[in-house]
Design a protein around this ligand. Structure first.
Ligand code: IPM
Ligand code: MG
Length: 356
């Protein structure tokens, strides 16, 4: 197969980790007889520096014409004081919106070889961590109106949180379909004791659930969810939640696996084109030092093969190579433990490629 992949290297460690993921994709292409063509799509702080905007139209067009998009990470302290429309993050939000990527999937799975990095009590970790956060990605407060105005002699800021039924329904379907392929349990997370958007969320998810009688549905409040994720994460299979709650809970979920540097994510809408990225940020403090862990991005590339290109064997090959590399005791700094071999970003990439 021939596939065109838009490449957003981004800022900080972005270029280093994406370079390793592209090399892994090339190894897979050679082994399985595919051709991947890459097209650079500058986005983030580097795009602000070069083009004056975080997402130039040319980059958006490259992404829209591609078969899929691979992203490193965007942002950094250099651009933190920019006005809202000139921040690196704005590029990412615009891209998600323009591509219609309403479903963000973030797996929280503990690698058995990394259980020593899990920050939870051993008896909790021993029950296993293997769930998926399905986050609504282009609605809610992220995409409502934002404003700051002078009111009664002081500044007043407003962010509008809104959801329509169809926005809830479509992401709920994704969650139920995913649960059908897993342990058949959806936990919907909201704040229905306070928010109207959450009451509509709960009602709509409950309606959608009628189409999936084989899947169990539970509703819990977001504050309780934040607690349950550290108290007993083994109770979760598929979590479905709105944009802001999903942003917060997916960071928590990744951290308890002990390895935020290991976790990929996919963002999809209608059709097969998606945006794939590690869930960690641009880590400017270690950028350019060959210290970053490329595994999250490499596993994001595997997700792209599986979900956008229907290349299951190819994705399996990457995931197996990552497992084998960990089994061999090869570790980047973030997941290093006693007795293991400490390697840099490039060496980790090479170690994985040699096992494909
Ligand atoms: C994420 C990030 C983004 C978000 C930022 C960079 C805008 O935290 O992908 O989770 O809040 O969605
Ligand atoms: Mg986040």
């Amino acid at each position: 197969m021939n596939k065109t992949i838009a490449i957003i290297k981004g800022d900080g460690i972005g270029p280093e980790i994406v370079t390793e993921a592209m090399a892994v994709l090339d190894t897979v292409a050679a082994k399985f007889g595919h051709t991947f063509t890459y097209q650079d799509a500058p986005m983030g702080g580097n795009a602000i520096d070069t083009f004056g905007v975080p997402l130039p139209d040319s980059s958006l067009e490259t992404c829209m014409k591609s078969d899929s998009v691979l992203l490193g990470a965007v942002g950094g302290p250099k651009w933190d004081d920019q006005p809202a429309d000139k921040r690196p993050e704005r590029g990412l939000l615009k891209l998600r919106g323009a591509m219609g990527l309403y479903t963000n999937v973030r797996p929280a799975r503990m690698f058995s070889d990394l259980s020593a990095s899990c920050p939870l009590r051993p008896d909790i970790a021993a029950k296993g961590i293997d769930f998926v956060v399905v986050r609504e990605l282009i609605g809610g407060v992220y995409f409502g109106e934002h404003s700051t105005a002078e009111v009664d002699g002081e500044q007043k800021a407003t962010d509008i949180m809104a959801y329509s039924e169809h926005e809830i329904r479509r992401v709920a379907h994704v969650a139920f379909q995913m649960a059908r392929k897993r342990r058949k349990r959806v936990t919907s997370i909201d704040k229905a004791n306070v928010l109207d958007t959450s009451r509509l969320w709960r009602k709509t998810v409950t309606e959608v659930a009628k189409e999936y009688p084989d899947v169990e549905l539970l509703h819990i409040y977001v504050d309780n969810a934040a607690m349950q994720i550290v108290r007993d994460p083994s109770q979760f299979d598929v979590i479905v939640t709105e944009n802001l709650f999903g942003d917060i809970l997916s960071d928590e979920a990744s951290q308890i696996t002990g390895s935020i540097g290991m976790i990929p994510s996919s963002s999809m809408g209608e059709g097969t084109r998606g945006l794939y990225e590690p869930i960690h940020g641009s880590a400017p403090d270690i950028a350019g030092q060959n210290k970053a862990n490329p595994i999250g991005t490499i596993l994001a590339a595997a997700m792209m093969l599986r979900y956008s290109f229907d290349m299951a064997a190819e994705a399996d090959a990457i995931e197996a190579a990552v497992d084998a590399t960990l089994k061999a005791g090869i570790r980047c700094g973030d997941i290093w433990q006693d007795g293991c071999t400490l390697v840099g970003c490039r060496e980790m990439g090479a170690a994985i490629r040699s096992r494909i």
